[in-house]
Structure formats: structure tokens, C-alpha cells
Design a protein around this ligand. Structure first.
Ligand code: AOS
Ligand code: ZN
Ligand code: ZN
Length: 394
């Protein structure tokens, strides 16, 4: 029989290894100015172009050690030379990651992009998706993330069934264009900007399309894209069982797609999601763990650091669940004990453990304090004056 203290030490080592090797991708648009339709509050030092967004992302990685890649949004992050952008990222100790396609900001797409009733508009949308794959080729990116704003506002506005056929056709055209090691990640969202029907409203629709497309098509779970009360961890468990979970867009919501800091509104939900990830063997590079957030009133870089830390804390707690004890309680039908095992892990203060993990990686134990001490915020506020600040949507 294994000595309990040896077993405990082995678990601790596994947890520390998992935490120091975890990877969380940050979104280029999280560094830019953003707001609501009422007001965008500009902040001093905000990046003026994709290059400066990368410089800020490099700081998040420098102080957390677990955020080595940045997701791009095309055309928001359009540059003349993508290979140079990738090289610039590398020089700053990070890499370019997922390419997000934007087919929601052109006048032509008012009635839809890939599901638009007119073939010429659908063609224009698919051409943009091809251009995004070209960017992936240039920067060596694995994942194309597709979120479509497509849908209708009024019953009868368009044929909702035919829109699915148009979507399937566009997806399969893009899928065929992917390289051997590239993937198509399909993101669903309950509503907005369409309010009556959305063409990819839920995981079931995304799953059905991905299943037809093949192994290189996977579903993205954006935590903010569900109806209130949805059991997101069940969706995660199901997609993992089916081998169809490709990525997360982490953020928090109080009402709708609020895009607030991950783990801020409901850290318990994030823990439950991460527990299903751990339980389902999903803590691997095959699942892209990304943030999809905008920081409207809080300082952006520290907010992204905080979000990364919140994901780490949820992961640490998920890793600490005593799975043997949980399984025993579940098998014996002991509802209270089973729930207590889960809650014990959730209620553990994992901050000292994460501080130690960081120190083991040669980092400061408190990334936000280290960032503040670094003087980067003062540097960018002084250096980045003039020009147009890049933002979400700019
Ligand atoms: C939109 O609601 C989605 O979350 C997408 O991931 C989108 O591309 C991203 O939020 C940037 O706007
Ligand atoms: Zn998203
Ligand atoms: Zn969203």
C-alpha cells in the first residue's frame, strides 16, 4: 500500500506541474480601447497598432509565465507583413495564436455573412475567411476561430432552415482550404446582434456542423454566450466526451455577453467548468484556453493579468479535488459527502500554492504587484501619445 504522505507528495507535484505548464491565450482586442454603445472611455497608453498590443501581451506573459500567445482578430489586426509581426512577437517572448475572423463589420453583412440570402455576399464572406487562413499560413497559426453575427431580427425575415444550408456550404468550403495541422473552431452564441434567430445559437448546432465537417472542426465554448442558469460544465463534459471541444473563450457575465474578467462574476462556475476539463482529460494543448474580454473601465493589462490568475486559481482548485474520495462518495450514494469533497477543493485558498508555483518558475509571487513595480504602465502612458489608439473594432 502506498504511504499516504508519498501519495500526497505525488499529487502535489502533479498539480504544480499542471499549473506551471498551463497555457492561456490573451486576446489582442483586450489590450485596445473598448466600451459600450454608450461610450468608449479612452485610457492613457493604450496601443495604437497591433505591434503595441503585442508588446503589452508580452508583459502579461512576463509576469504570469502562462500566457505565451495572443489571438489576432482580422481585420482589426491587419498589417502588411504578418511574418514580421510573428517575428516581433517571438522577439518579445510570445507567439501569435488563434486567428479570429471578422465578418460582422462590413455594410454588406447587414443581413448576414456566410448565411446571407445573396450568393455574392456569401462569397465575399468566404473570401475573407480564406484571407484569414492565408494569415494563419503566414504566422504558423493552428486555429481559425469563427463566430458569426448572422441571424434574423423578425419572424419570416429569412428562411432559417436554408440559412443552415448556406452555413454548412461555407464551412465546408473553408474546411477544405485548411492545412493538415490547422483547425476550424466554431463558436456559438445565444443571441446578439440578431435577436429573433441566430444561425449558430448553441452548442448543439455548432456540434452538428463540426461533426459533419470532420476531425479538424471543433466547438468553442465562450462562457458568456449562454442563457442564465445554463449548466455550462455539462456542455463541456459532453463535448469532451465526444472529442469535439476545441477551445474556450473565457470571460464573465452578469446579464448577457458582458465580456468581463474571467472568474469575476462567478468563480464557482469557472471552478465547475475546470473540474470537468480536468475530469475529462482536457488540460492539454489540444484545447485552446483563451480569454475573450474587453476592459472598459479598468486598467487593461492588470485586468488581463487578473483574469489569467483567476483561470489559474479555478484550475488549481479543480486539480485539488480528491477524485478517489469523490468517486467513493458517489458510488455509495452519499450525496452530502460527494458535495463536500467538491466544496473542500473549491474552498481551498490556492493563492499560496500558485505563489510557490510562480517562484518555482523564477517569477514574482504576485504578478499584479510585479507589473505595477515594473513601470511599464508609466512608460506606455508617456510614450504612446498621438496617433489613433487601436481598439476593439478599430
Ligand atoms: C462575439 O460575441 C464573440 O465572443 C467572438 O469571439 C468575437 O469575435 C470576439 O468577442 C471579439 O469581438
Ligand atoms: Zn468569444
Ligand atoms: Zn462574445
Amino acid at each position: 500500500m502506498t504511504d499516504p504522505s508519498t501519495a500526497h507528495a505525488a499529487v502535489q507535484t502533479a498539480v504544480r506541474t499542471a499549473l506551471s505548464t498551463q497555457r492561456i491565450e490573451t486576446p489582442s482586442w483586450g489590450y485596445g480601447n473598448s466600451g459600450t454603445r454608450f461610450k468608449v472611455f479612452a485610457q492613457p497608453g493604450v496601443p495604437r497598432d497591433p505591434w503595441e498590443k503585442l508588446a503589452d501581451a508580452a508583459k502579461v506573459h512576463e509576469f504570469t509565465g502562462v500566457a505565451p500567445s495572443v489571438a489576432l482578430h482580422i481585420p482589426w489586426d491587419t498589417v502588411d507583413d504578418y511574418a514580421a509581426l510573428a517575428k516581433y512577437a517571438e522577439e518579445h517572448g510570445i507567439a501569435l495564436g488563434t486567428v479570429n475572423a471578422n465578418v460582422f463589420q462590413d455594410d454588406a453583412f447587414m443581413l448576414g455573412s456566410v448565411t446571407h440570402p445573396e450568393a455574392a455576399v456569401r462569397r465575399k464572406a468566404v473570401d475573407h475567411l480564406f484571407a484569414c487562413v492565408d494569415v494563419m499560413d503566414a504566422i504558423g497559426s493552428r486555429d481559425l476561430k469563427l463566430w458569426f453575427s448572422d441571424g434574423t431580427n423578425y419572424p419570416g425575415q429569412d428562411d432559417i432552415r436554408e440559412r443552415q444550408d448556406r452555413l454548412a456550404e461555407a464551412l465546408s468550403t473553408v474546411y477544405d482550404r485548411l492545412g493538415r495541422d490547422q483547425r476550424l473552431l466554431l463558436e456559438y452564441k445565444l443571441f446578439e446582434p440578431a435577436f429573433y434567430s441566430t444561425d449558430v445559437p448553441d452548442w448543439g448546432t455548432a456540434y452538428a456542423h463540426c461533426l459533419k465537417l470532420g476531425d479538424k472542426a471543433q466547438v468553442v465554448v465562450d462562457t458568456g454566450h449562454h442563457a442564465p442558469g445554463t449548466n455550462i460544465e455539462f456542455i463541456v463534459a459532453t463535448l469532451l466526451r465526444e472529442g469535439k471541444l476545441g477551445a474556450f473563450d473565457f470571460n464573465s457575465r452578469f446579464y448577457a455577453d458582458d465580456d468581463l474578467m474571467a472568474g469575476a462574476a462567478d468563480p464557482f462556475q469557472l471552478f465547475r467548468i475546470m473540474y470537468e476539463v480536468v475530469r475529462g482529460g482536457g488540460l492539454t494543448p489540444d484545447i485552446a484556453f483563451m480569454l475573450d474580454q474587453c476592459h472598459n473601465i479598468e486598467a487593461k493589462i492588470p485586468a488581463i493579468i487578473r483574469s489569467v490568475m483567476n483561470v489559474q486559481e479555478a484550475t488549481a482548485k479543480a486539480l485539488l479535488v480528491d477524485r478517489d474520495a469523490l468517486a467513493a462518495a458517489q458510488r455509495s450514494g452519499d450525496v452530502l459527502d460527494a458535495n463536500a469533497v467538491l466544496m473542500d477543493a473549491y474552498n481551498t485558498d490556492v493563492r499560496p500554492l500558485l505563489a510557490e508555483v510562480r517562484e518555482g518558475m523564477g517569477l514574482a509571487p504576485d504578478p499584479i504587484a510585479a507589473y505595477r513595480r515594473s513601470g511599464w504602465q508609466e512608460h506606455i502612458a508617456a510614450a504612446r501619445v498621438g496617433g489613433t489608439q487601436a481598439g476593439w473594432g478599430a
